[in-house]
Design a protein around this ligand. Structure first.
Ligand SMILES: [Mg+2]
Length: 261
């Protein structure tokens, strides 16, 4: 870590100690858990659930997972008591710890176009893996050869790009796929959580993917103490303040958090 990033990290933990409220916002896949082609096999890295449990038990941190997955998949992968707060579908669907769910509303035309595309991809997945989401159609090419991946991507974009011109729909690129979706993104979810918190709350967001950049930007714009963290094995261009490598540096970060709060 360079000197500037190290200073930023230390400065944040210094401010975290005295902050009245603290927000620990986390992506799931690639950040708390390693990738698996079968996403139901993606369990958190060793030690991570225990550390989150410890932070939760202290009662001085609001923990939320912000993920591209349907939100109800997370509590089973990350069992905490009470259940963790989840913003799924990149922020469009919120799952409260008591099990209540809330999906952002959209115009009827948005749902109609989306559903037509999903039906089409359900019949022919273009050689990739089609995922049906409540608010989106997703094409994955993770695990395919480079040549296959290029062909799937080209065909998916041909299909998605005209639809993305409709008001309320947009394209989202991520590692190994593309998503046509409706609703708030991860940045919108972070902004909403900050709005619901005390002025000057300390906030951090940990994420690995391109879709996490919107969340980094929202954190970077927060008025209280803040830190955006790219949690990823390989470095890349990012707007995050610091880059940490999971799982060792993730455990270190969460341990330090628990000690400070
Ligand atoms: Mg991720």
């Amino acid at each position: 870590m360079n000197e500037k990033a190290a200073r930023k990290l230390d400065g944040f933990f210094g401010a975290l100690q005295g902050a009245r409220e603290a927000l620990l916002l986390l992506d799931y896949d690639g950040t708390l858990a390693g990738f698996r082609v079968d996403r139901f096999q993606a369990r958190p890295w060793a030690g991570v659930p225990e550390l989150l449990k410890r932070i939760q038990t202290q009662g001085r941190t609001r923990i939320a997972v912000i993920t591209g997955r349907p939100p109800h998949e997370i509590p089973a992968m990350l069992p905490l008591e009470p259940a963790v707060e989840v913003w799924g579908l990149h922020g469009a669907e919120r799952l409260y710890p008591d099990g209540q769910r809330e999906l952002e509303e959209q115009a009827p035309a948005v749902w109609r176009v989306l559903e037509e595309l999903r039906q089409q991809l359900h019949r022919d997945a273009l050689g990739g893996l089609f995922e049906y989401k409540l608010n989106a159609a997703v094409m994955h090419w993770r695990g395919r050869t480079l040549e296959q991946a290029r062909a799937i991507e080209r065909r998916a974009r041909e299909l998605f790009e005209p639809a993305a011109r409709i008001d309320g729909l947009r394209l989202l690129d991520f590692d190994g796929g593309v998503e046509l979706r409706a609703g708030r993104d991860k940045g919108g979810a972070v902004e909403q959580i900050i709005r619901e918190s005390a002025a000057g709350a300390a906030v951090t967001y940990l994420g690995d993917d391109l879709t996490d950049e919107a969340a980094f930007r929202a954190v970077n714009a927060a008025r209280g103490p803040h830190l955006s963290v790219l949690m990823r094995r390989k470095e890349r261009e990012t707007e995050a303040d610091v880059w940490l490598k999971p799982p060792a540096e993730l455990r270190k970060f969460l341990t330090r958090w628990a000690e400070v709060r």
